[in-house]
Design a protein. Structure first.
Ligand code: ADP
Length: 252
C-alpha cells in the first residue's frame, strides 16, 4: 500500500510527480463552439481534466424577480459529473459547487459588458466530465471562451490557473496529489487587457514573499493560457482557407 505521507512531491532533480518542472503548465487544449444547441460553448482538456462550458443568452431572466433593470445578470452553474472522480460523486448541488459557481460568475461579470443587456440573463453551465484538480480555473477558462463564442461583448477573455506550494517549493498549475498533500493552493484569474485580478483564493500558508511570487507565476501563466484561448476562437472563426494561407506564409 502507498503511504501518502511519504510521497515526495518534488524529486531530487527538482521535477514533480508527473515530470513537470515547478513552473510548467499541464498540456492544455481548447476547442470553441463544440455544442450546436447552446449559444456558445467550449471544451477544455487540461492535463486529465475534461470540462465543457455552455452559454445561453442574453435571454429573459428566470426567475423573473432576479431581473436587474440596469444590466444583465450572470448566472453560473458548475457541476461535477457523477463519474468525474475516482469514486462516484454524489449528484446535485453541494456547497463546493455553489461556491465555485459564485466565484466564476463574479469573475465573468468583471469582463462581460452587462450594461448592454438590461433585464436579461447570461447563463453559463460548466460540466466537469473528468476532474484532476484545478477544475475551477479550467472551468472559468472554458466559460470565458464560451461567452465569446456566444458573441457576447466582453472586455477580454479570462485565463485562470492555480499556483501552489509542494514540498516547500512554489509550483504552477497544482496537480491532484499536490493539492491534497501540498502546503498551499492559490487559484487566480487575470484579465490581460486591464491587468485586473478577478479571482483570487488561497488555501494553506504562504509567506508574503511566496505569495507575491506565486501570484506572479500564475499571472505569467495566464498570459500563456490567453494565447491558447484566442487560438481556439481564431480556429473556429477564421475561414479555413485563410488559416491555410497564414500557415503557408509562416512556413516560407
Ligand atoms: P479544484 O478542482 O478547483 O482544484 P478543489 O480544490 O475543491 O477544486 O478540488 C481539487 C480536486 O479534488 C478536484 O479537481 C477533484 O479532482 C477532487 N475533488 C473535489 N471534490 C470532489 C468530490 N466531491 N469527489 C471527488 N473528487 C473531488
Amino acid at each position: 500500500m502507498i503511504c501518502l505521507t511519504e510521497i515526495k512531491l518534488i524529486d531530487d532533480d527538482g521535477l514533480r510527480l508527473d515530470g513537470r518542472k515547478p513552473d510548467e503548465l499541464r498540456p492544455i487544449k481548447i476547442e470553441a463552439g463544440v455544442l450546436d444547441n447552446a449559444d456558445g460553448s467550449a471544451y477544455v482538456e487540461w492535463g486529465n481534466n475534461k470540462i465543457i462550458a455552455a452559454v445561453y443568452g442574453p435571454r429573459e431572466v428566470q426567475p423573473k424577480y432576479l431581473q436587474d433593470t440596469a444590466k444583465a445578470i450572470v448566472q453560473v452553474s458548475y457541476n461535477m459529473a457523477a463519474f468525474a472522480g475516482d469514486d462516484r460523486i454524489r449528484p446535485g448541488p453541494n456547497r463546493r459547487a455553489t461556491e465555485i459557481s459564485k466565484i466564476t460568475a463574479e469573475a465573468l461579470e468583471r469582463v462581460i459588458l452587462t450594461g448592454q443587456y438590461p433585464r436579461s440573463s447570461i447563463d453559463v453551465y460548466i460540466e466537469v466530465l473528468e476532474a484532476d484538480a484545478g477544475t475551477r480555473c479550467a472551468g472559468l477558462t472554458a466559460a470565458s471562451v464560451a461567452v465569446a463564442d456566444a458573441g457576447i461583448p466582453m472586455i477580454d477573455l479570462v485565463p485562470s490557473v492555480a499556483a501552489g506550494k509542494a514540498d516547500g517549493q512554489l509550483v504552477l498549475d497544482v496537480g491532484k496529489l499536490e493539492d491534497n498533500k501540498g502546503q498551499a493552493d492559490l487559484p487566480l484569474a487575470y484579465v490581460p487587457r486591464t491587468g485586473e485580478i478577478v479571482l483570487l483564493q488561497m488555501d494553506g500558508h504562504f509567506t508574503r514573499k511566496e505569495l507575491e511570487m506565486a501570484m506572479k507565476m500564475a499571472i505569467d501563466a495566464c498570459k500563456e493560457i490567453h494565447v491558447i484561448q484566442q487560438d481556439a476562437l481564431k480556429r473556429k472563426y477564421t475561414p479555413q482557407s485563410s488559416v491555410n494561407t497564414n500557415e503557408q506564409e509562416a512556413e516560407q
